[in-house]
Design a protein around this ligand. Structure first.
Ligand SMILES: [Fe+2]
Length: 318
């Protein structure tokens, strides 16, 4: 089924400082063109025989499809971003800007500066919600093909020259100011609230260790840097430890199969952090055994390799 053109969301005659001629040209020529290209590419993809088509040709078509699809989606968001008075930022948006940018003004300064930064070239400035971290961020997209993986754009500023040259010539700053004066904040907030309902990407779950508290490697690093007392036990299995050459700088290695032999060395008055290679089982099992013996023990999520991934210090393991 072909992609259908969406009706123009904003009412051009209500916009302040953006002419109906500009919006109509943008909608008909550029948005309409993107939908037409998208449909042509989709049809071509549907009719070709994948096994009889060269890799170069199919790769080019899929890239063109991504660009045309993103251009279509972002233009729809752009027109749906306009039609308000740009002034009254509703409460949920204002709170989100305070949380993620410091203030509404700070957000607007950054958003405008990003527009200025790509003026004269082309691209998009997007306000995007990231379910992974539950936060908003501004993004520049150098062409239609770029967007934050997993992000949900909720406000789009089109910085292609076709979006403003009819009214503003090369005066991108005046165009950005006019765009800001026409933002439909009620609609933006509606999209923000919808986006917040998108589930966070699934995280690693280990139901068998649900009751064992974890500590992130970043927290362990912060504890060490602050000088807080902590006992760190590397419990990578013996067969693994035998062939490795490095160990976390502040850790001691102990055999996870012989917990009872070394448990007496530990102090119950200081917290214990255990870790294994990747953080799946051994570190968790050891933390469980220590907790059952009355220690304040946690396992370090991600294990030895997570420690290295955050550039934690290691030393030679002889
Ligand atoms: Fe455009």
């Amino acid at each position: 089924m072909p992609y259908r053109l969406a009706p123009l969301y904003c009412r051009p005659w209500t916009l302040a400082g953006l002419s109906a001629r500009l919006i109509e040209s943008h909608y008909e020529v550029n948005y309409g063109g993107a939908v037409a290209r998208l449909n042509a590419i989709t049809e071509e993809l549907a009719t070709l025989a994948p096994t009889a088509t060269s890799a170069v040709a199919i790769n080019r078509l899929k890239r063109d499809e991504l660009i045309a699809l993103n251009s279509t989606l972002l233009h729809e968001l752009y027109f749906a971003s306009l039609g308000g008075d740009g002034r009254a930022v509703p409460q949920a948006m204002a709170e989100a800007f305070d949380r993620d940018f410091g203030s509404v003004v700070r957000w607007q300064d950054e958003f405008s500066a990003l527009g200025q930064a790509i003026a004269g070239g082309s691209g998009w400035v997007l306000l995007t919600y990231l379910p992974r971290d539950g936060r908003l961020l501004n993004q520049v997209g150098g062409d239609h093909g770029q967007s934050i993986a997993g992000g949900i754009p909720i406000l789009a500023l089109d910085m292609y020259e076709h979006a403003y040259h009819i009214d503003f010539g090369a005066n991108a700053a005046a165009y950005i100011a006019a765009f800001l004066r026409n933002i439909d904040w009620k609609a933006v907030q509606g999209r923000y609230l919808d986006a917040q309902r998108a589930p966070r990407p699934s995280q690693l779950e280990q139901p068998e260790f649900a009751g064992v508290p974890a500590i992130a490697p970043e927290e362990v690093k912060a504890m060490l840097e602050s000088g807080a007392p902590v006992q760190i036990i590397d419990v990578r299995p013996r067969h693994y430890a035998a062939k490795t050459h490095e160990i976390m700088e502040r850790a001691v290695w102990r055999d996870p199969d012989r917990v009872q032999e070394w448990i007496g060395e530990l102090s119950k008055s200081e917290p214990v952090v255990t870790f294994c290679v990747y953080g799946f089982h051994v570190g968790c099992q050891t933390a469980t055994a220590l907790r059952e013996a009355g220690f304040d023990a946690r396992y370090m999520a991600g294990g030895h390799h997570a420690w290295k991934a955050i550039k934690g210090k290691t030393k030679l393991f002889a």
